[in-house]
Design a protein around this ligand. Structure first.
Ligand code: MIG
Length: 811
């Protein structure tokens, strides 16, 4: 607890960093070019320009002579071969021209401007500054610009007037708007102004401040150590930037479908018996669930890669039984390895020198749950492989998902709250101090875990959930946002946090539903659940002290709301899974800010109390107690209330009525949304009972591409998947829907395709080539035909499924 003492008047203001005393790298002295880079030497420092992709230019500044040989940290996806680079020198400047982008270095200051193919500025001026043994970057911040991205942060969507410090931190204190650091550090911002966006990644895993507080003028990026390693990613579209950023730092592979199911956790479910009872309760109460987490109490005195056999006498049997019931177990694995000579993991780590050591060569020992512990040095390939391989302990038991916690790393009872800053990470022969490498620790732990599981599972997809991460974390793990609280404010906070994580490449993210610390209420749980089932990761988790918050803990009304919304997620799985597929292909997020889809709409600038679930649905949760109404912004177009079908003209605000059992959801006219039958877990899901819900009344033509595969193995990488293209054309007197498989490599067990046309302009006169069926009983057994439900105003169509087909409805 802090008191007024922390603002005593005799404290000096340490926050002013004397940026004024830093100067540019120039004046210019010389330049040289080789196959990879153009190096420009100034009087005070040197920079290198490298075109790493058509729309991405890397600019590295170092005080030393050879910035071109600075190894990248996060930008790990091998780039395209170097482009033909052409350098033009004049009195004032060097123009370094790549395929599409040009970097202009001004000789006087050595500041850099990046131009696109048409000569328009992508970034007007990046000032590289040096002095006091530090480097710094100043970028232009237009008065009307907005800043997005920057990973996991509190506050609103637009990051203007904020300052963040990239330094992975275990923050148990309540997450409040002035929190500068949390568990993830993603040093990537998106600058969006006058309908043009660019991204800037600062690839430096040391402590790095991003300061956007200036009214206008400039943002400041201030790494404490290391090089200034900048990637300018050109737009102009926001989607271009996100997609190119993820091309650079990598995209997630498809997770197993079970990881998209509802997940239940608590710190901790204490015994085998409690876990089995929990699982049975879900099934008895018909609340769908796929995953149960084991928090730290499953271990033998917190030794990773062990089970406490008192509490969990037969974990193998438990896991097998749960799998039968359609549950997966995900155990927690922390990085700290108990210092204990009797413990094989510790012994092997010591004898093979796999743990982190201080710069003088002594073992780094820090206190965490197991007491004194050693920390694997994941920077080194040898350690990573060893750690990955240790997971055989879990995979042999039938586990294929792992939860990485405390991997900032968090260390107790020390001033830095993390590893000593003079620990020297081996880093495959390029040693880095912990001060320089800190933010990479969590990512490299999850990488070792993911890659280890991938090998051990022999074709089954792994799932890793992590608390700490850095740019590129999406390649290895889903992210949850740490120790939030059961506050309404924290429920609301996740919307902006999740959306900015998504814009920062992390599509697969979620917050603890119900809140981790503090006591939730039935009302808060119900509202949070409604929102949480639309988060990419949908996990209810709770700390040790607070009241239990499983869906049934607050009486039948709340339970029914939870059941209904979790069920909705399961019915929408074909849509959600397709969004995951898209994220794996394009890097675009699943949970999207409206500004991503409607970038020119001023109302979307900082809109973060509602979000899009993919491109076609808007979710507008109630996030205040006792509230039944809220304003919802609907952008241009026609929108339908998911529940009532009410039609709304977009481009305006509406007042949604949402009693406790209602989450306002809106579907865009023209959307084609696949739904499947409700199941209690995903192993039973499959899309054999798929129905395509067609929301008519759109702009004329629209499209949807459904993705499906076995949801479990890596067979999709060998073509074992389906891509079903569906196209809708609406005309005045008719509409036509065509479908065709772009790829048909997976047997989905479907022999007919069901379509449900909603919001038709009038009742259909005919559906070409198909028989009308009037009787509902007959309809069930028919494998083709059409039926018009006058009361609902919905047209049901069944088509015999072939690899392509079409249907025309005439009014
Ligand atoms: O300081 O493993 O954020 O989800 O339940 C507590 C116990 C350590 C912090 C995680 C939380 C987890 C808890 N862990």
């Amino acid at each position: 607890m802090q008191t007024s003492e922390s603002i005593r008047p005799d404290r000096e203001d340490e926050s002013m960093q004397g940026a004024a005393s830093l100067t540019g790298f120039g004046p210019f002295r010389s330049w040289k070019a080789d196959a990879r880079a153009v190096t420009v030497n100034g009087a005070k420092a040197s920079l290198a320009v490298m075109f790493v992709a058509e729309h991405t230019v890397r600019i590295v500044g170092t005080p030393g002579a050879d910035p071109a040989s600075t190894p990248p940290v996060s930008a790990i996806v091998p780039g395209e071969p170097p482009f033909q680079v052409d350098v033009k020198e004049t009195e004032e400047e060097l123009r370094i021209c790549g395929k599409s982008l040009t970097a202009v270095v001004r000789k006087a200051t050595m500041s850099v401007e990046v131009l696109d193919a048409s000569g328009k500025a992508v970034v007007a001026e990046l000032e590289l500054l040096q002095g006091q043994r530090k480097l710094r970057c100043r970028g232009p911040l237009n008065a009307s610009a907005r800043i997005y991205g920057l990973g996991e942060t509190t506050g609103f969507l637009n990051k203007r007037r904020e300052r963040y410090t990239m330094w992975n931190s275990d923050i148990y204190d309540p997450h409040v708007p002035d929190m500068e650091s949390l568990y993830q550090s993603i040093p990537f911002l998106i600058h969006y102004d006058a309908d043009a966006a660019y991204g800037l990644l600062v690839d430096n895993p040391g402590k790095t401040a991003f300061d956007m507080r200036a009214d206008s003028g400039a943002y400041l990026i201030d790494p404490e150590t290391g090089a200034l390693d900048l990637y300018v990613i050109a737009g102009p579209g926001l989607k271009d930037v996100v997609s190119r950023y993820t091309a650079l730092t990598g995209r997630m592979k498809l997770p197993p479908l079970w990881a998209l199911g509802y997940q239940q956790s608590r710190y901790s479910y204490m015994s085998q018996e409690e876990v089995m009872r929990l699982a049975r309760t879900f099934r008895e109460r018909n609340i769908p669930c796929d995953v149960i987490y084991l928090d730290i109490h499953y271990m033998d005195e917190y030794r990773v890669f062990t089970f406490d056999r008192q509490r969990f006498p037969e974990p193998e049997q438990m896991i097998a039984e749960l799998k039968e019931m359609g549950f997966r177990i995900v155990p927690i694995v922390d990085p700290g390895v108990k210092k204990d000579e009797q413990y094989d993991v510790y012994r092997e780590g010591i004898s093979r020198e796999l743990f982190c050591k201080k710069i003088e060569g002594t073992l780094f020992v820090g206190e965490v749950w197991p007491g004194d512990s050693a920390f694997p040095d994941f920077s080194d390939e040898r350690t990573a492989e060893w750690w990955g391989g240790l997971h055989r302990f879990y995979t042999d038991m039938g586990i294929s998902g792992i939860w990485n916690d405390m991997n900032e790393p968090s260390v107790f009872a020390c001033e830095s709250k993390t590893m000593d800053l003079d620990v020297l990470h081996r880093n495959n022969g390029n040693p880095q101090t912990h001060r320089e490498w800190h933010n990479m620790y969590g990512l490299s732990m999850s990488k070792a875990t993911y890659e280890g599981l991938e090998k051990l599972l022999e074709g089954e997809r792994p799932f890793v959930l992590t608390r700490a991460g850095y740019a590129g974390i999406q390649r290895y793990a889903a992210v949850w946002t740490g120790d939030n609280r059961s506050y309404w404010e924290h429920m609301a906070m996740f919307m902006a946090m999740g959306m900015n994580l998504g814009l920062s490449g992390v599509a697969f993210c979620g917050a603890d539903i119900g809140g981790f610390v503090h006591h939730t209420s039935g009302e808060l749980l119900a509202r949070w659940m409604q929102m949480g089932v639309f988060a990419p990761l949908s996990r209810n988790h709770c700390a040790m002290e607070p009241v239990y918050q499983e869906p049934w803990q607050f009486g039948p009304e709340i339970e029914e709301i939870c059941r209904r919304y979790i069920g909705l997620r399961y019915r929408l799985l074909p849509y959600l899974y397709t969004l995951f597929y898209e994220a794996s292909q394009t890097g675009l997020p699943i949970m999207r800010p409206l500004v991503l889809e409607y970038p020119h709409d001023e109302h979307t600038r900082n809109l973060c109390d509602q979000f899009m679930f993919g491109p076609d649905m808007i979710v507008a949760p109630i996030y205040r107690p006792s509230a039944e109404y809220r304003a919802v912004y609907l952008p241009e177009g026609i929108w339908y209330d998911y529940w009532t079908g009410e039609r709304h003209e977009g481009g305006r605000h509406i007042l949604a009525h949402a009693p406790l059992d209602t989450l306002p959801i809106y579907v865009k006219a023209g959307a084609i949304i696949p739904e499947t039958a409700l199941r209690q877990h995903t192993a039973d899901a499959g899309w054999s009972e798929l129905a395509l819900h067609v929301y008519c009344g759109g702009a004329g033509s629209s499209e949807f591409r459904l993705y499906e595969d076995d949801g479990l193995t890596d067979g999709y990488g060998r073509g074992e998947y389906n891509l079903l293209n569906v196209r809708l054309e609406e005309r005045e007197q008719s509409l036509q829907l065509q479908y065709a498989y772009d790829n048909q490599g997976y047997d989905n067990g479907r022999d007919s395709l069901k379509l449900i046309f909603k919001h038709l302009p009038s009742s259909p006169a005919d559906v070409d080539g198909l028989n009308e069926i009037r009787d509902h009983g007959e309809w069930k057994h028919a494998d083709a035909g059409w039926l018009y439900d006058r009361d609902k105003g919905e047209l049901f169509v069944k088509l015999r499924q072939a690899s392509a087909g079409e249907v025309t409805v005439v009014f």
